[in-house]
Each structure stands twice: as structure tokens, then as C-alpha cells.
Ligand binder design. Sequence first.
Ligand code: GLA
Length: 377
Amino acid sequence: MKKIVALAHVMLAGLSACVVSPSHREHAPLDEQRVSAFADTINGKAVKLFTLRNKSGMAVEITNYGATLVSIHVPDKEGQVENVLLGYDDIKGYYTGKSYFGCVVGRYANRIAHATFKLDGKEYHLPQNDGMNSLHGGLNSIDKQVWDARIMNDAIRLTTVMKNGDNGYPGNVKLTVVYSLRSDNSLVIDYSATTDQSTVLNISNHAYFNLSGDPSNTILDHEIKINADAFTTVDSTLIPTGEIKKVAGTAFDFLSFKKIGKDIDQPDQQLIFGKGYDHNFVLNARSETIAAVEVMDKNSGRKMEVYTTQPGVQFYTGNFLNGSEKGRSVAYEQRTGFCLETQQFPDAPNQPQFPSTVLKPGETWKSQTIYRFSTSK
Ligand code: GLA
């Protein structure tokens, strides 16, 4: 059966000039060898690589392991299609990877101070996996689980359940992530979640982008514009201090396009704590029509716009990459990728002045983030 499916994929890949049904064409793999490099079974659950394609030449590979974005192939200004994501060459890389390449992070993306919080008078204790703090939901969280997957027309729907007590968090939470690809080269991520007990929730995607298409280049020459008048300052362990600081006049002012590298090495205490940018920006707009962030790589002519309904975005400049993780024959060095993790604010369960991250039974939490690609000469 496996052989027949594999053969069918090879045939579909070669059939671009022939008539194939749209759903087949939309999910044809980029490369048959990659499909087998990402095929596995964990505890009886199949791990697979899925591909979304559109008619404008964009293709997105996704695995149901960690609901992970494996690659995003988009054209440059000359029409050359290249992968703008950092990732590993096979599924094993994702099993052992420590940098959260492309995965969905939760139950609480980002940090919770001292790995503890109080909810409804009860104290909860989480694993300390980032010094004293808890990072990205703890150990073996949703980024290391096999999700259930369903292929839809131009989308993949992934679901998982975070069990009551998993990593110390209360409540059984059902989480759904839908990745859809639009014809205008937008990758849309729709998240939704419900719970059977009060809990805290912060869900994000941790994709690392390098718009040059060549991750041996750093991202320091990319230009970025972040529609945020303020950011949340952090202490030396990257926990918010509670201060919401205006960006004006600081290295954090990206209100107009500025090279990522322009101020990154300034002797600014916040940049020293982060080893570069690793901060939550307080977005001015939560909208499908006003960009939260825009990034341009002038050499390739690629541009990415980010739209989100979330209140914040973690701008992280790959400061902890150190060449120990590899993909596409490249060792990913410091600052060869940037993340724009749309999110609630870090440590909000301990900081009542931040927007609430509590989810109660009977409520449905929803959010949407769009990464839209285009080019200019
Ligand atoms: C997030 C954090 C960073 C780092 C990365 C993973 O973006 O804010 O500090 O932990 O995840 O390496």
C-alpha cells in the first residue's frame, strides 16, 4: 500500500502539465525523498509530511509532529522559488531539536517566572526548563507530540489534547491549528482552544525566517518595521519587569523600516539581557488589514507582512543559535533566522496588569496570524 501511495506521489509530482484534480495538485509533495525522510510512527500514530501549494508558485511543508512548519517556498524578485524557513532535513532533527524550529508552542508560549503561577487561589508548579523559569510549556510539550491531521482543500487541520496535569497545567485543553494557503501567497494560521477547567493559555508558532532563501546569510541586513509604540522590558532572565516602555528614541524603535542589525549591538541593557532582540512588542493594531510587522530583504526582493489578532509579538533574532543545529548542509549560526511569535504577553499569569490569558470552561479561545509574502524590485 505504501508503495502505491509513493508511486502515486511521484506521478502527481510529474503531472503538473496534465489535468489533475485541484486537491491532488494542492497537496503534491515537493520531493518524494523528503516525504520518506519525514515518515514515521510514534506510539501507533503516523508522522507525515504534508504540502500546501497555490497557483502563484508558493509551497508550504507541514508535519503533524509538533504541528510544525517545515518549509515555506516563495519566489524572489526574479521568480526564483526558495525556502525561507530554518528547519531540519528529516523528522529526527525535530525529535531532538532544541530551538523550536517552525513548531506550535504552548500551553504557555514564552516564559512564566519561577515556573509557578496562581489561578483561582491555587498555586501551580511547572517544569523549570529555562533557568528558574518555564519556557514554551515545559518538557515534551505540544511541539514534541504527534497531532491528528486532516487534509482540507487548501488547508491542513491539526488537533491535539493537552491533558489535565501535563507539565503541571490544569485542565484538558483541546487545541486546533489550521494552516491555509491563499492564492495571494498568504499563509493563514487559525488557532482555537477549549478547556474543561480554568487554565492559562498562550499559543504561538515559532518559525524562523531568512528571506534571502540562504540560511548561511545572517538576517542583519533585513529591514523590519514593527507597528508597536512600546515593548515589555525584561530582567536578566528575560521575564518582563512589568514596565511597558515606549520605543521612541531607543534601539527598539522599528516604527519605520530599519535594518535588524543597525542597533542590535548597542550597549543597551535590554539588548545585553537578550543577546540581541528577544522581546515582546505591544502591537498598536490587532487586525487582518493593518500589518503588525513588515520585513524586507532588498537583495532577494522578498517581503513578508504579518497580521495578527494577538496583542503582542516576540521579535527574536536567533541569538541562541550557535551552529550546533543543521539543515540544508548549513550550520545555523547566531542571527541566521528571525522569529515573529505572535502571542499574549510573557508571564501574564503573574502580571495582572497584562491582558488576561485565562481560559474558562464554556469559552472558545481563537486567534489568527497571517504571514503574507510578496516581492518588489
Ligand atoms: C523564544 C525565546 C528565546 C529562545 C527561543 C528558543 O523565542 O524568547 O529566548 O528561548 O524561544 O531558543
